[in-house]
Design a binder for this molecule. Structure first.
Ligand code: PLP
Length: 406
């Protein structure tokens, strides 16, 4: 059973006040709060169980290695990957997509080859492809969403041409909350021999993900949005694509043998993990994934779906509020501006005075903001521990802003 009181009690920060008001944390799209089990696991990791991984023969090194390596299996289960060998640890989605750009795409793409992107991508899924455009003459092909924030999967499929090598697409917009039908896109791309990279930074927090059924080649997640530590993350890489990749960062752990004149590499996935990793961060992410799987992704989705519907209805009653994107397949993320009123930064500052944390700005999605014709928005993004009472507090505070700015 989804017990919201118990869940809120698991997150110690939710009991604190900000500006003398109970914290209403609605900046989960940027980073989620951490349950006590994650904090405890990291504390024990550093205070009782810390050593470097993989290279020691002593007790603590073996313990740390076992705990760290166990996370690979947890990520594989969380994403329903075929094998934990298809999971590469990263510091987050940004590193994950850069890894694919450097290690898989750059050695294989030719000038004039295309990457198909949606207009809803986060800069983390744009700039690495701009690097290939600047350096190699790779062409970026953009597919727009409509005014509602919906992305037609067929429009993405139609954008695939004879020179398309990759479709790189988000499963959930961090601005509008739109959930994209990535499975339809991935299957069609695979049938045409085109690889797919799915940015799961937002989606994997809110719904159950099955990369095997989805049929993608790459799927990136970032630990700090998944109630885990910052500096943790992973990417699923289909076995066939893994075999095509050349190493990215060089150093310890990713080699088999180094001589003065030669180097041979470790097997995948270790081949793509050079140097000392974020040991305790990844262990913390593993505990966070256990925590989410323990509650159940379907239960989390159901709670957040009800929150989305409630918040949508309440915000729809404010006829001076412009919400960007009202897709029928969206998560509980609301980006908005107040008609004729102050800048989004001013609104967020006023909300903050009431203990309400939201994000304001362009949300690392400038092409989307440009497409929607907005400069900056406030974004309220909900998580499993938020409540309808908190949505009411948001609405009250917005009404106050409206009165203030007229
Ligand atoms: N992609 C999306 C959709 C995001 O929302 C974010 C973070 O805001 C990222 C990628 C980048 O994630 P990270 O900064 O953790 O690497």
């Amino acid at each position: 059973m989804f017990d919201i009181t118990k869940i809120r009690g698991d997150f110690p920060i939710l009991a604190r006040k900000v500006n003398d008001r109970p914290l209403v944390y609605l900046d989960n799209g940027a980073s989620a709060q951490k349950p006590q089990v994650v904090i405890d696991a990291m504390n024990i990791g550093y205070s009782q169980e810390y050593a470097n991984v993989h290279r020691g023969l002593h007790y603590l090194s073996n313990l740390a290695t076992d705990k760290y390596e166990a996370v690979r299996g947890k990520v594989a289960r969380f994403l329903n990957a075929g094998s934990e060998d298809e999971i590469v640890f990263t510091t987050g989605t940004t590193e994950a997509i850069n890894l694919i750009s450097y290690a898989w795409a750059a050695p294989r793409f030719q000038p004039g080859d295309e990457v198909v992107l949606s207009i809803m991508e986060h800069h983390a899924n744009i700039v690495p492809w701009h690097f290939l455009r600047e350096r190699m003459g790779v062409v970026l092909k953009w597919v727009d969403c409509d005014a509602n924030g919906d992305l037609d999967p067929q429009a993405v499929i139609d954008a695939i041409g004879p020179r398309t090598r990759l479709v790189a697409i988000t499963q959930m917009s961090n601005v509008t909350g739109t959930v994209v039908d990535v499975a339809t896109i991935c299957h069609a791309a695979r049938a045409r021999g085109v690889a797919t990279l799915v940015d799961g930074s937002q989606a994997a927090v809110h719904m159950s993900v099955d990369v095997t059924a989805m049929g993608c080649d790459f799927y990136a997640i970032t630990g700090h949005k998944l109630y885990g530590p910052s500096g943790s993350g992973a990417i699923y890489i289909h076995r066939d694509r893994m075999d095509e990749m050349r190493p990215f960062l060089g150093g310890g752990d990713m080699i088999r043998e180094v001589t003065r004149d030669t180097v041979t590499y470790n097997t995948a996935p270790m081949k793509f993990e050079a140097g000392t990793p974020g040991i305790i961060q990844q262990i913390g992410m593993g505990v966070a994934l256990d925590y989410m799987m323990g509650i159940g992704m379907d239960a989390i989705s159901a709670h957040e779906g009800a929150l989305r519907d409630y918040t949508h209805d309440r915000l729809a009653g404010l006829n001076w509020l412009n919400v960007q994107g009202n897709s029928t397949t969206k998560g509980a993320i609301f980006s908005f501006t107040l008609q004729g009123a102050a800048h989004a930064h001013d609104i967020s500052t006023i909300l903050d005075k009431r203990g309400i944390a939201v994000r304001a700005g362009t949300h690392c999605a400038m092409p989307l903001m440009d497409h929607l014709g907005v400069g900056a928005t406030c974004r309220a993004s909900f998580a499993m521990y938020n409540t309808t009472d908190e949505a009411d507090k948001l609405v009250d505070a917005l009404e106050f802003c409206h009165e203030l700015f007229g």
